[in-house]
Design a protein around this ligand. Structure first.
Ligand SMILES: Cc1cc2nc3c(=O)[nH]c(=O)nc-3n(C[C@H](O)[C@H](O)[C@H](O)COP(=O)(O)O)c2cc1C
Length: 199
């Protein structure tokens, strides 16, 4: 697997081991394993250490499971129904300054993304995978999860142990492999953005 994702420069293997499978073993996940992932997310950097993220979770088959699952679109539901946990990542668009006045937090999504990535890396380290899902009904999620307007619904994460690709419908089996990446030179530049690669 990591052979396929060969880095141009040597990096920690964990970065290459993390990927987004859709075949999951439909089994429970110990609370301590899920919380180890949350612990990793907790240590993510954020602007002014504001920690604007909020994580809402459901273990498969608990009292929240059907509500969480129903918020995904039908494609994502078709495979995420086998996950061990579903986690919604939210982020607060505002924060209170020292005077108690609400200020906008321009990097709230960026910070939450960093935390979600830390979660995914810890999941990988523990032998799980976390697959990000943006294909969901955002308005329904806001309502069902009681999220006020000044908190953004970012993504959902499907967390679980990987199953054999053969457990997926035929159409998804062919896509069940780690993807590669563009060459470094197409995304990383010395100095200003070259005109020919904009936008
Ligand atoms: C913000 C975001 C939204 C995504 N939404 C979906 C989704 O709705 N359904 C899905 O199957 N995968 C989704 N993915 C997974 C990406 O397709 C995947 O991360 C990308 O192809 C890179 O592959 P890798 O994660 O296996 O390295 C999403 C990933 C991100 C970061």
């Amino acid at each position: 697997m990591t052979d396929f994702r060969r880095p141009t420069f040597p990096i920690e293997p964990l970065f290459l081991k993390r990927w987004s499978p859709r075949a999951f073993v439909p089994q429970a996940i110990p609370q301590d394993d899920l919380f180890a992932m949350f612990e990793a997310a907790r240590w993510a950097p954020s602007a002014f250490n504001m920690q604007p993220w909020r994580f809402l979770y459901s273990h498969r088959d608990d009292q929240h499971w059907s509500t969480f699952l129903a918020l995904l679109d039908s494609f994502n539901r078709s495979w995420a129904q086998n996950a061990s946990a579903l986690v919604f990542v939210l982020s607060a668009r505002t924060y209170r300054d020292r005077a108690g006045v609400a200020q906008t937090a321009p990097t709230h999504s960026f910070d939450a993304g960093a935390a979600a990535t830390m979660l995914a890396l810890q999941a990988t380290a523990l032998g799980y995978h976390a697959h990000t899902v943006a294909g969901l009904d955002y308005e329904a999620a806001r309502h069902a999860l009681a999220v006020p307007e000044d908190i953004a619904v970012e993504v959902a994460l499907a967390v679980g142990r990987r199953a054999q690709a053969e457990t997926l419908p035929d159409a998804l089996q062919a896509r069940e492999k780690p993807s590669t990446r563009l060459p470094l030179a197409e995304r990383f530049f010395a100095g200003p953005l070259p005109a020919e690669v904009q936008p």
